[in-house]
Design a protein. Structure first.
Lengths: 258, 233
């Protein structure tokens, strides 16, 4: 702790110039070395500090104005787009200064597809929709571990004849079950089947400085998607009809400085 | 220095000043600087983050694992453990010097077992169980967050009608200084399709004695990430 020492000067005594100079030097030294020990316990409040959280970059959002943005089938992860632009953010993150970075992505989606139970309908397998966070520069992108999220209905509930209990596939009568990743305007038995079922996906990730080492500069971050049949095909029945529609997206970051 | 507000002696023109009086005033300042400075001594926003020790306001406990975690589906209650695994689903522990607000987030994805076979399963491709009386039973999973033995967030049930699905939970709770344990827990149960999401049975339950189906279902959790933000002041 920087400490000021004041020489004792008493009434009637002679004023020694060294005493005066030592006191002044003590003030000078202490004023350059003030640290936490000079502050009383719990003596500081928020008023004296600058921002604890760095100003985040502009969040990528889409909502009712942008509506659902279609994304075509792909076997490789591709960037999620808002309205034309890739959803990419570049936080002001300086890990060398002890910053901690958290990336947050939240959006809704549904899959336009006809799944099917192979043994009965001859359809391909049910569609899968997968999302993950990636980091990179403007050229290359790399997966961030622990961020992948997958969604897939069971085959029973994605059959385009309204589920296994449909009378079309089961002897005897039964109720229609038009729910799940089921999208078919020409379903049998009078059921419309036009029931895209919106899902919500949220991914939050704390980025460790060591996991983004493939990029030399402050990395960019994006959301990537993959959608295909669950057997990882995008051809055959139901052909290239699968699409994942993504909307109501918010993609942002928070940098905690201290 | 703000201590001048509290100076002990006041001098005016023409006074004969005793050195002790002068020193009383100087000591008032020196004592404040020697360990009793406070916000009144600093201008508003005058201390930048470069002056503040790292993790002074926010620190983090984290757990992240992308490797699969197989759930032992014979256990009916809430659990963070699995007999199939040596580690927890997701747990963080720490010693924290101050009371703080804990902001907790947990995310993961899971896959239900796909290659189940049984003479009572009409078609293995369904990825589901059919009761012999031809009503469905769904196997379901739900998750919760527990901070120092207090449940702070709980999801709804998610059934195996979604063979792949994902989850995010968030919660906040103030906790005192000391040891802290935050963990994610999960529970698996079966529900009758005749009364979906109302009647739940423990795993292994039989609807009737004639029912020879046990409802065990495998479940594997992936990409688990637990983030605990300790917001101190």
């Amino acid at each position: 702790m920087a400490r000021v020492t004041i020489k004792d000067i008493t009434e009637g005594g002679s004023l020694n110039i060294e005493d005066v100079n030592e006191t002044i030097e003590s003030w000078n030294d202490a004023s350059k070395q003030i640290n936490g020990d000079n502050v009383r316990v719990q003596g500081l409040d928020q008023r004296v500090f600058g921002p604890v959280i760095r100003k985040p970059p502009t969040a990528y959002t889409s909502g009712s104005g942008a509506g659902w943005v279609p994304h075509s089938p792909t076997l490789d992860f591709l960037p999620v787009k808002t309205t034309g632009a890739d959803a990419v953010i570049r936080p002001g993150w300086l890990p060398s200064e002890g910053d901690t970075l958290i990336i947050r992505a939240s959006f809704q989606f549904y899959v336009e597809a006809r799944g099917g139970r192979p043994a009965f309908t001859g359809h391909s397998s049910t569609p899968t929709a997968r999302f993950r966070l990636e980091y990179g520069d403007t050229q290359n992108w790399y997966e961030l571990n622990t961020t992948e999220r997958r969604f897939q209905m069971s085959k029973m509930y994605s059959d385009n004849t309204k589920g296994w209990l449909s009378s079309a596939t089961f002897s005897g009568s039964g109720p229609s079950h038009p729910y799940g990743f089921n999208w078919d305007n020409s379903a049998p038995n009078g059921a419309s089947g036009d029931t895209p079922t919106e899902q919500t996906c949220t991914i939050i990730h704390l980025v460790e400085p060591g996991e983004v080492g493939k990029v030399s500069n402050v990395p960019r971050f994006r959301i990537a998607y993959l959608t295909a049949n669950s057997d990882m095909t995008i051809s055959g029945v139901p052909k290239e009809t699968e699409k994942v529609y993504i909307g109501w997206l918010n993609f942002n970051s928070t940098v905690y400085r201290r | 220095m703000c201590a001048w507000r509290y100076k002990q002696e006041w001098f005016e023109d023409g006074d004969v000043t005793r050195p002790e009086d002068w020193l009383d005033n100087v000591s008032e300042i020196a004592n404040e600087l020697n360990g009793y400075l406070d916000s009144d001594n600093f201008r508003e926003l005058s201390l930048g983050m470069e002056h503040v020790k790292q993790k002074a306001f926010n620190s983090f406990l984290t757990y992240g694992e992308f490797m699969p975690w197989d759930f032992d589906y014979n256990f009916p209650g809430w659990t963070a453990r699995s007999n199939s695994e040596s580690g927890d689903l997701a747990t963080v522990k720490g010693e924290v010097a101050n009371d703080a607000l804990y902001i907790i987030e947990f995310g993961c994805r899971w896959s239900w077992e796909r290659d189940f076979s049984s003479s009572y399963n009409v078609n293995n491709e369904f990825g589901d169980r059919i009761h012999r009386n031809w009503h469905h039973v769904h196997t379901c999973v739900r998750f919760r967050l527990v901070a120092n033995n207090t449940v702070v967030a709980e999801s709804g049930w998610s059934s195996n009608t979604m063979v792949d699905s994902s989850l995010h939970l968030t919660a906040a709770i103030p906790l005192p200084a000391g040891s802290v344990v935050v963990r994610a827990e999960m529970q698996v149960a079966v529900a009758s399709g005749m009364a979906p999401f109302t009647d739940f049975y423990s795993v292994g339950h039989k609807v009737s004695e004639s029912d020879q189906v046990d409802y065990d279902r495998g479940l594997t959790v992936y990409d688990r990430e637990l983030i605990v933000n300790i917001r101190k002041r």
